[in-house]
Write a protein that binds this ligand. Structure first.
Ligand SMILES: Cc1cc2nc3c(=O)[nH]c(=O)nc-3n(C[C@H](O)[C@H](O)[C@H](O)COP(=O)(O)O)c2cc1C
Ligand SMILES: [Mn+2]
Length: 555
């Protein structure tokens, strides 16, 4: 089943060693600062398509930092054990093809079964190197070399929550402020619709607001970024692994930044309904496919570890956490942070954070994570990444998904021949989609379907083009879009959920969308005059000039 190139890396250290062997990793022995300095080095290297970096001497921590491990197409492919993403797309296609489920829901339900059939469900083992060292009472998040990625990360003086801080300090620190001012603040924040679900809930609740309770205990701009956040649904027991950034707020306190549309947040809501504490583990490393698997847009209820097993070509081995035994973590992880979230506790102000949009995502309210243990290998690496103005390492994680998930997108929307998420769109802002147009308004149907399809639903702008257009060439798509669209007739403006990080959205996580029908128009698609042919030289003349080219002395 596996291609000849397949080399599964069972942990990050063997992956790093292979990168080094191939000249794709550089060790940096000079001391570097995890505050901004690593970002600036990495940013220059990643934008030049340079190597993975292993910083061996990071100020304030004994743990080396691995960054940019996935920052090129080549390294991303190597981590996934393929020479081309399309190999995996083919395997996904084979996996979903043999069945003939009738409805869409059937198809989605079949996915876990199909992966089970490939006998790749994760396997729980008794021991794992990730628990060679166990720290419980002496667990200390600040001992990790968490980066401060960008200058204003964690700086609360720069946004609306500055008011909360001002209010609290005016009230002399931790004491609740005077009720009138607090009420005004609450209403202002609510009216401005500044926040996520947690903010909306808190500010619309009748209970008196205690602003002091929302403040992080100190200023912190340091974040865990290349995480595998592992949770279980309290009713179904379904496991989820998501990559969500985690802000370090103290030795045993962190903020968990899962977006309300993502599975971790869904699990959290279920625990809150049940009034139960939520166990959480954050693992770093593990099999080389794990960081990628955590970013995969799998439908809710599908275990990323199962998909990781499919990518890895073998079951992912898991061990139960030492202090949160309901949660299992990859046995070969470098480091695991274990803890819990108490849904009854007030959220904490998280952010701002220099994000993959190229802007700071605004501070907002997110759940508090209490650390109960940190386990690690004897000599771990700390895998991390930085997001920011593209391209960064995450561009390649996203590219892998764009390719690998095409066959699944085609299950939902068979009209899609191919698509591209251009770099400047930062994943959710823009999709170019290619269809074979067969009937009127087909492009609009495709837009609607995309706006309803898993995480593609957050796409802000869609451009639909005809079959002959290369969607991977932004100039070719813009050419069609600018030439073929009448703004009144061919532009669709809709409303819907948007990426939480979209700062232009009028409301956090919701707003306008635009679709450009850049296909050739059919007579029944509104007022359409005779449609001209696109220019194209005859094949005969092309062949003739190619044949004679050397005669013209043009090089
Ligand atoms: C480097 C990186 C950082 C990310 N940070 C976050 C984050 O902080 N919060 C979040 O909800 N999603 C974040 N994502 C996106 C999610 O990992 C991604 O949407 C994933 O599919 C979510 O998994 P889920 O559907 O199981 O929730 C990040 C992705 C990458 C590549
Ligand atoms: Mn998921």
């Amino acid at each position: 089943m596996m291609g000849a190139t397949f080399v599964p890396f069972s942990d990050m250290q063997s992956f790093a060693a292979e990168l080094e062997r191939r000249g794709m990793l550089r060790r940096i022995r000079a001391e570097v600062d995890p505050i901004l300095e690593i970002t600036e080095i990495y940013d220059r290297v990643v934008k030049a398509g340079g190597p993975a970096l292993l910083f061996e001497n990071v100020r304030g921590s004994s743990i080396p930092v691995l960054i940019n491990a996935f920052g090129t197409r080549e390294r991303m492919c190597l981590a996934l054990g393929v020479s081309d993403f399309d190999e995996l797309a083919q395997r996904v296609k084979l996996m979903i093809k043999p069945e003939a489920p009738t409805t869409l829901l059937d198809k989605l339900k079949k996915l876990p079964q199909l992966m089970q059939l490939a006998s790749l469900p994760p396997k729980v083992v008794r021991r794992g190197i990730c628990q060679e060292i166990v720290r419980r009472d002496d667990a200390d998040l600040t001992a990790l070399p968490a980066l401060q990625c960008w200058p204003h990360d964690g700086d609360l003086s720069r946004n609306v929550y500055a008011h909360i801080r001002a209010l609290v300090s005016a009230a002399g620190g931790s004491a609740p402020s005077d009720p009138l001012t607090t009420e005004l603040l609450r209403r202002t924040l609510l009216a401005r619709n500044e926040g996520s679900e947690h903010a909306r809930e808190l500010f619309s609740s009748e209970a008196p607001l205690n602003p002091a309770a929302l403040l992080p205990p100190g200023r912190s701009g340091r974040y865990l970024t290349l995480t595998n956040v592992i949770t279980r649904h309290p009713r179904t027991g379904d496991r989820n692994v998501g990559m969500y950034r985690v802000q370090v707020l103290g030795p045993r306190l962190a903020a968990m930044h899962w977006h309300m549309h993502h599975d971790g947040a869904r699990h959290f809501r279920a625990y809150r309904e049940l009034g139960r504490r939520m166990p959480v583990a954050i693992s770093f490393g593990g099999p080389a496919v794990m960081p990628y698997a955590a970013t995969c847009p799998l439908p809710p209820g599908i275990d990323e570890c199962l998909f990781a097993g499919f990518l890895h070509g073998g079951a992912i081995e898991l061990v139960p956490c030492v202090s949160q035994p309901e949660i299992e973590v990859p046995a070969t992880a470098e480091i695991v942070v274990e803890g819990y979230i108490d849904p009854a506790e007030p959220p904490v102000i998280e952010g701002p954070f220099g994000d993959h949009t190229g802007f700071y995502s605004l501070a907002d309210l997110y759940p508090r994570l209490h650390v109960t243990a940190i386990t690690q290998r004897r000599a771990p690496l700390y895998p991390t990444t930085v997001v920011g103005p593209p391209p960064q390492e995450d561009y390649w994680l996203g590219k892998a998904t764009e390719r690998i998930f095409l066959p699944l997108l085609q299950v939902l929307i068979p009209d899609v021949i191919d698509y591209d998420l251009p770099m400047f769109g930062c994943f959710h802002n823009c999709a170019f989609v290619k269809i074979r147009k067969e009937y009127p308004h087909q492009a609009r149907r495709v837009m609607s379907a995309i706006w309803g399809a898993g995480q593609m639903a957050f796409t802000k702008m869609i451009v639909v083009v005809d079959e002959h257009v290369d969607v991977h060439d932004p100039n070719a798509v813009l050419f069609q879009m600018l030439a073929n669209c009448d703004p009144r007739r061919d532009v669709v403006i809709a409303d819907g959920p948007l990426d939480i990080l979209d700062h232009a959205a009028p409301v956090c996580g919701a707003g306008g969308k635009i679709g450009w029908d850049a296909t050739r128009k059919l007579p029944s698609e509104g007022l359409v005059r005779e449609w001209p042919e696109e220019l194209k030289m005859s094949e005969e003349m092309r062949a003739q000039v190619t044949r004679r080219w050397s005669e013209f002395g043009l090089g």
